[in-house]
Design a protein around this ligand. Sequence first.
Ligand SMILES: [Fe+2]
Length: 524
Amino acid sequence: MQAMRPEPIRGPADPLRRRLLLASLSATALTYGCNTLRAGPHFASDPFTLGVASGYPRANAVVLWTRLAPNPLQGGGMDPTPVEVDWLIAEDEGLKRPSARGTAIARADDAHSVHVEVDGLKPGRDYWYRFHAGNATSPVGRTRTAPASGESLARFRFAFGSCQQYEQGYFGAYRDMARRELDLIVHLGDYIYESSWGARHVRHHTGGIPTTLAEYRDRYALYKSDRDLQAAHAAAPWLVTWDDHEVANDYANDRSPVTQDPVQFLAMRAAAYRAWYEHMPVPASMRPKGPDATIYGRYQFGDLLDMLMLDGRQYRSHHACLTGTSASPLADCPDRGAPERSYLGAAQEQWFAGAMRNSRAQWSIVAQPTLMAEADRKPGTEHGYWMDGWDGYSASRRRTIEAMSAQPNRNALVLSGDVHAFWAADLRADFAEAKSPVVATEFVGGAITSQGASLASVANMLGKNPHLRFGRADKRGYALMTLERKRCDVEFRAVDDEKNAASAARTLANFSVEGGAPGVHLGS
Ligand SMILES: [Fe+2]
């Protein structure tokens, strides 16, 4: 947590006044309302270029984030001096009724980001927040605390998405998300892409493939400079996990297909995790120590749902069945089902099983990076599986799904990303056995922009895997989930054309799940 100290309440700045102040750089102390702000740096251009964000809501607390970066794409543009950043959170959009305020220190070590953990808030209500630094004022963000853990909650609505390759499209999905008054937004990974790939780019990465802290910082800054992404961050609190592209394609634990030397790879992972922390509205407990960061955890929203955020990259066993170094070719071999292999790592698996067993919530939502359902992808009668996904860790998957069957209310829902498609699936402990009961229901919420598989490939997968109940890879978008006590509704939202910056979004498909009866119901 950043250092904080209480400040006297002062009135909010007026935007016109702020513009005038930015134009006049001669003053050494600035006045907001009837109070005087201590002298700070005088920014010749806006340092809040990456917007504001909030996340990790608890019943009485939330994390507020921003980063000072007047020159975001070239290192941020700050000198190394620490800077005081004043923050304020209020019960009204006009910030007239402040609930708390303080000062955080933005340090060069953290790329001048701040992660303010505000507590003492009221449960289950909206708040608005804003930052000041020197002569600059940030935009206002809306956030929302979680309902108290025992509180009987009738309804909860959130969005989830993943995979936002910047070059392949505009973030119209976020514009659509930001227009809604959501309780939460969940990101399932591939927030940045380290490499340039795919067809028909509409905009371009700056720099090459990042490997150093400075390069990862600039990549995050490029993505976060997108106004629609900023709007989604400013609209609701987020929970996040990561997938591979936050570090390197198809990495597993301490190596990637390209960087096999663990010493070299872990240095890169440390840089990537650090830049991730600096740009996400996450608590200080997630600040990496070298190449390690604990980001999995459980978040409670009244008695209606527990959200379990999983880390599928940091602890996983190395890829199975591969002769070369790439994890992409379809393969099959006994090793992929070896019981000692794990997707989550032993400690996280054990934690997950305990969290499921002890959950008292009506619904348990398992938010994790990639398709959990088995997916035989090989055309024809032969079998072929993707070793980078859960299919490369099938015993670990079975343990994970069996753990969900211990959820007391039999209401486990899995949220997934990574595969650049919309899928809805019935999850069974044994996919080869038609009599194996459906234990949980999975929804893969498309990709914000990243391009997906062909129509033929999706048709083949639907034909070979009967537990995959719905599949579309021709549209980009995200998913909305609405939970009530006895019912879950899911809406897949798709943008008309991600290559068009002004494109609208519309419903692609609707699903429901009945309380106590896992499995996909098509239609609403
Ligand atoms: Fe992806």
